[in-house]
Ligand binder design. Structure first.
Ligand code: 13P
Ligand code: SF4
Length: 361
């Protein structure tokens, strides 16, 4: 983003009329505009979303929303990239703050993935199907598409794994070791049969014999937000509230997931909590804005964060009303700012990988 652009956003920083102006610009842009919002967005942003969801639902919405000329994506970079791949050529996807990335997605780059693949081929590790979590770059999605693999999200990982094992004997899963481990374990793969590939070592820092017999090779990446929940947090909260139900996102450590009552995507968490009986107590292991919103929307239940402090996704938090306002003001004057445009050389195979996921789930 240019300095000039930053300045123009900043002059809107504490605009007391921001809410009203966003609402009025939305009205005047009408059907030309569709705002998508991920569940981790702050309240003062998500309130402007025309639809909200987990990453799977948002990708479905982007694929189906073929009318609006502008899709403003209140979420993070990999989500906006996927929306650009799945939307129609006449649509433009806008990320209100280009600095809204994902530290997990940054833990795998395409060169490292290609090196890993080459190593597996050189060592004669056969029948490998690459599956990437949605939280990855478009280039990695394209790599998976071209090599016969697919994308998955936290809501369809078991189905995509099942699909992959019908095509090969080994899954290379990236970049989230925890979602991969939790999914593989749920499918009956013992923990000690999984290999952990460290991209900072030429040989992944895995003994070759292990690599050759592992049905699941996990990339050594993680989410720093969900990684903060510890198994002891579950013990502490259960000691304090004996009737409490613990629900966590599958990006949490395997040890945390083993102690939880329920595990699933943000959409799963919202459904399970909202549909539970009045008086139910929940400790929720996911991003703090979602937990706080659930507590507000379900005053008949006790809803608390699983740890003491609440885990914040600082990159999701970057999108503020001032960025949405700035993007809409520019659109209303015919200027498209912060467009996310995936390179054509990557788009084809990335779409193949995403389409496979949409067809499986
Ligand atoms: P969901 O697909 O469950 O919304 O998760 C996205 C994400 O980034 C969680 O950290
Ligand atoms: Fe990425 Fe973790 Fe934030 Fe999700 S919560 S967007 S995985 S950093």
């Amino acid at each position: 983003m240019s300095t000039a652009t930053v300045c123009s956003v900043n002059h809107l920083a504490n605009d007391p009329q921001a809410e009203e102006r966003i609402a009025s610009l939305k009205r005047s842009l009408g059907e030309k505009l569709f705002i998508l919002g991920h569940h981790y967005q702050r309240d003062d942003v998500i309130r402007f979303a025309d639809a909200r969801g987990d990453s799977f639902k948002l990708s479905q919405l982007a694929a189906r929303q073929d009318r609006a000329e502008y899709i403003v994506f209140c979420g993070v970079h990999f989500m906006a990239e996927s929306a650009d791949i799945l939307s129609q050529p006449h649509q433009k996807v806008i990320l209100p703050d280009l600095a809204a990335g994902c530290s997990m997605a940054d833990m795998a780059d395409i060169d490292q993935v290609e090196e890993c693949w080459q190593f597996l081929e050189d060592q004669d590790v056969r029948g490998v199907v690459p599956i990437t979590y949605m939280n990855s770059t478009a280039a990695i999605k394209a790599f998976c598409g071209e090599k016969g693999g697919a994308v998955c999200t936290s809501s369809n990982a078991p189905a995509v794994f099942k699909w992959a094992y019908q095509r090969g004997q080994t899954v290379l899963f990236l970049p989230d070791q925890h979602l991969g481990r939790n999914t593989g374990f749920k499918m009956g793969i013992p923990i000690d049969r999984m290999a952990l590939w460290d991209p900072h070592h030429e040989d992944g820092n895995v003994p070759l014999e292990k690599l050759k017999i592992s049905p699941l090779i996990l990339w050594k990446g993680h989410c720093s937000v969900h990684g903060r929940f510890r198994p002891e947090d579950v013990d502490t909260v259960r000691a304090k509230f004996p009737a409490i139900r613990v629900i966590v996102h599958p990006e949490c450590l395997w040890e945390v997931v083993q102690k939880a009552d329920s595990v699933g995507s943000t959409e799963h968490i919202i459904k399970a909590v909202s549909q539970s009986d009045p008086g139910t107590q929940w400790a929720v292991g996911t991003e703090i804005h979602l937990v706080n919103r659930l507590a507000k929307e379900n005053p008949d239940k006790l809803i608390i964060t699983l740890d003491n402090h609440g885990c914040l996704c600082t990159t999701m938090f970057r999108i503020a009303p001032k960025h949405v306002l700035w993007a809409l003001e520019n659109l209303s004057e015919g200027r498209v700012v912060n467009q996310i445009k995936v390179d054509d050389s990557v788009k084809y195979w990335a779409q193949v990988a995403l389409d496979r996921m949409l067809a499986i789930a």
